[in-house]
Write a protein that binds this ligand. Structure first.
Ligand SMILES: [Zn+2]
Length: 95
């Protein structure tokens, strides 16, 4: 699959052109009514703890294409120590 990159969150999916791009949030989020609303609206996609150090920043909600954040300087994807701590998987729908 082609790797898509962008400097900022794209309006349209570069693959299927859908205007359904969500921001991926990794790790265990600090939950709040604001975050809950943004997750429910689809603005934020909880990506869980499956981080590799080279993960897309946004994702199309229609086709699932990941879009990577383009950085002006190339950084090696080996800084695993920078990744947030991950505890229990967050349950978005308790009960
Ligand atoms: Zn798409």
């Amino acid at each position: 699959m082609r790797r898509y990159e962008a400097f900022r969150k794209p309006v349209r999916c570069p693959h299927c052109q859908a205007e359904q791009i969500g921001t991926l949030l990794y790790g265990m989020p600090v939950f709040s009514p604001d975050l809950e609303a943004r997750v429910k609206s689809g603005e934020i996609i909880l990506a869980g703890c499956s981080m590799t150090g080279d993960d897309p920043a946004w994702q199309c909600k229609i086709c699932g294409t990941g879009i990577y954040r383009k950085s002006r300087k190339t950084e090696p994807a080996t800084h695993r120590n920078d990744l947030p701590e991950c505890g229990e998987r967050y349950n978005l729908n308790p009960g």
